[in-house]
Design a protein around this ligand. Structure first.
Ligand code: SF4
Ligand code: MSK
Length: 659
């Protein structure tokens, strides 16, 4: 790479090499091409935004009423109304957590309404794909399922799920899926959430001018609202998706921009909601569609994904992943994408602008998520398969507009295994008849596996893409920690080749490597999309229920990490993890630095309330050390922190694992 190749913006603000911005070769190549093609990306725009607002960063800017906006400084310690830094920072934080909760939960609502339509026979091409998952879920909520049709059960379940959104006073029913002791903690702290919608509305009310001014009271509501996400909206979303589209089980696929075909029609789906992408996955295999692609002069059709829509169709269909969050613009820059179809969340409004330099059509499909410059094709669920086929045909028709001189698909993609739902993990550990977490608990107790770490979240151009996620993950594996992943962090590890069983041989510490080999799993388990962080809680709860590692999540050697996060959803996720008793490491801090009290509350006082807190570590190796410290302290408390007995698995052990 030439020294002069940079991500310099058009305004010549700053010079930085592509390799300093992104980690993988495909992204380096496309960032370099962006410069040649005269296309601005988020990396260049970050440069033009370089003096980012310090008031915003510290959370001390308030624009909640029109006596303001007010900014807190040493000379102006209160806004016009008298609000101090603690109140302003806490109010801003509550609003962020509420927005994250709303995003996950609105996604969930759409799936629940679709489930209800399917149950009522109005689901068009959708059906109940996983009846055992439906009946399992029904039993969890005490819905009678014996001797009843699946449609009748699904209708009851969908109606119950709807009350999780619009309930007014009773605590969410889904909270009952948490360990009993944890439910007691929430009760004692007064943060048992009721209806999800009500929690979000109350967040907006309490942060309106002149309502709640006590930073502690405000922050407790951030945790309460976020619990309505993790143990409500997100958990329901994962269950509804599994029922409608199938519970994920391990599938092989590939990740990175190299999955795009140089000579195929390329369609990328991007966003979060799986309803349309599921139909696109089905339609993309239709022989007529494939024939149409060939008739248009292409060698076939490639459907690939970006962000969590990618994760949804990866874990159920093995559809390849083109990239994670910061590769959405880079994918278009390959010059080989006929159509980029978006639904909701994490879609940059810049995409149509980037697409102007190429032939790519950007299509928005959700009426709540339009972008100027994108063609809007509303998605009609009752005609889903027809809609999906029409979009693919439109992409095929666009193939002739491709400019071969602008096509440069990087030859970079890595193999992966994904789709580790909790049911799949149980099956892998214990087989059909003894599906259980027992072997995992035993491995943790014996010290072959030291603990469990969930690494989740986004990319952020302020951090070299994927660098923190992957440095941390490597270190954790080396220290015999099993890593569970979702979202863009999972894609980061996929691109680095860590989602294969072979990675365990190369990277994992000795005891952990033996377990991975015996069970045949990668050291990093891809569990799904952002809403599937609920699966991480579900897995940790299974560990508690299995026994031997404490009776609450705050006792299990488990930690959550959001290394390169950028989204308000990450704030909600962080809060529901901490409120669940799971310590959370952040790769960079919240916008709360302007209030010592708020910072102390989130990073220290929550420990007394929930048995866990936030920690900020900007260096991945420092983070790994902090995580091992937390894990070891928890192991110590459990009395299992003795040195692992080194023992190679023999055939008898393997048979005992039933794999
Ligand atoms: Fe200023 Fe108070 Fe209005 Fe905020 S609510 S903008 S601090 S006057
Ligand atoms: S997509 S929220 S950038 S993980 Fe779920 Fe990735 Fe973060 Fe979006």
């Amino acid at each position: 790479m030439s020294e002069t190749i940079t991500t310099m913006s058009k305004d010549n603000v700053r010079v930085l090499k592509a390799e300093e911005r992104v980690s993988d070769a495909a992204s380096v190549a496309m960032l370099t091409k962006a410069l040649v093609d005269g296309v601005d990306t988020c990396f260049a725009r970050l440069d033009t935004q370089r003096s980012q607002c310090t008031f915003g960063k510290n959370g001390v800017c308030c624009r909640l009423c029109y006596m303001g906006p007010c900014r807190i400084t040493a000379k102006a310690p209160r806004g016009v109304c008298g609000a101090d830094a603690d109140t302003i920072v806490a109010r801003n934080y509550v609003r962020e957590a509420a927005s994250g909760t709303a995003a996950h939960s609105d996604h969930s609502r759409h799936l629940v309404l679709l489930l209800k339509k399917v149950a009522a026979g109005r689901g068009g091409s959708y059906k109940i794909a996983d009846e055992p998952a439906l009946r399992r879920a029904a039993r969890l909520y005490g819905i009678e399922e014996n001797g009843r049709t699946r449609e009748a059960v699904a209708l009851d379940l969908a109606n119950l799920f709807i009350t999780e959104f619009n309930g007014q006073e009773d605590p969410l029913r889904t909270l009952k899926l948490a360990p009993v002791k944890r439910q007691g903690v929430w009760h004692n702290r007064g943060i048992l959430p009721s209806g999800i919608d009500r929690m979000v509305v109350e967040s907006l009310h309490r942060t309106h001018m002149g309502v709640d001014h006590d930073y502690r009271n405000l922050l407790l509501h951030a945790f309460r609202t976020s619990l309505a996400d993790g143990w409500g909206g997100s958990r329901v979303a994962s269950m509804a998706s599994d029922i409608l589209f199938g519970t994920p089980s391990p599938v092989r696929s590939r990740a990175n921009l190299g999955v795009l075909g140089e000579k195929t029609v390329n369609i990328i789906v991007h966003g979060h909601e799986p309803a349309l992408s599921e139909m696109l996955a089905i339609a993309s295999r239709d022989p007529e569609i494939l024939a149409a692609a060939q008739a248009a002069g292409a060698e076939g059709l490639t459907l690939a994904g970006i962000c969590c829509t990618a994760n949804e169709i990866l874990i159920r269909h093995g559809i390849p992943v083109a990239g994670n969050f910061l590769q959405q613009e880079l994918a278009i820059i390959t010059g080989a994408v006929e159509m980029l179809i978006t639904d909701v969340q994490c879609v940059m409004p810049s995409l149509p602008e980037v697409a102007k330099a190429y032939h790519t059509e950007v299509i928005s499909t959700s009426d709540i998520a339009k972008t100027i410059g994108a063609a809007h094709v509303p998605f009609d669920e009752t005609r889903a398969l027809e809609n999906a086929k029409a979009l693919i045909r439109r992409a095929i028709a666009n193939f002739k507009n491709r400019d071969p001189g602008k096509v440069a698909v990087p030859k970079a993609s890595q193999p992966l295994v994904a789709g580790f739902s909790v049911a799949a993990i149980k099956y892998m550990l214990g087989g059909t008849f003894r599906a259980s977490f027992r072997p995992l608990n035993d491995a943790i107790i014996q010290g072959r596996i030291k603990g469990i770490v969930g690494v989740v979240g986004c990319n952020n151009p302020r951090i070299k893409t994927d660098s923190y996620v992957n440095a941390l993950t490597r270190e954790l594996i080396k220290h015999e920690v099993i890593v569970l992943k979702t979202g863009c962090a999972a894609i980061a590890s996929a691109k680095a080749g860590m989602l294969t069983p072979e990675a365990a041989l190369a990277l994992a510490g000795p005891g952990f490597r033996e377990v991975c080999e015996a069970v045949g799993i990668p050291p990093v388990l891809h569990m799904g999309s952002c809403v599937d962080n609920s699966r991480l809680l579900e897995a940790a709860t299974e560990v508690v229920l299995e026994g031997g590692l404490g009776d609450d999540l705050s006792e299990v050697p488990v930690v959550g990490v959001a290394p390169e996060w950028m989204s308000e959803k990450a704030i909600a996720i962080g809060c529901y993890f901490v409120a669940s008793g799971v310590d959370v490491i952040l790769g960079h801090p919240f916008h709360i630095g302007g209030s010592e009290n708020v910072t102390r509350f989130l990073n220290e006082e929550t420990r007394d309330l929930f048995g866990a807190s936030f920690h900020v570590h900007t260096d991945p190796l420092e983070a790994a050390a902090a995580i091992m410290d937390i894990i070891n302290r928890r192991r110590e408390r459990l009395g299992i922190n003795r040195k692992a007995e080194r023992k190679l698995y023999d055939m008898k052990d393997r048979r005992a694992l039933n794999v």
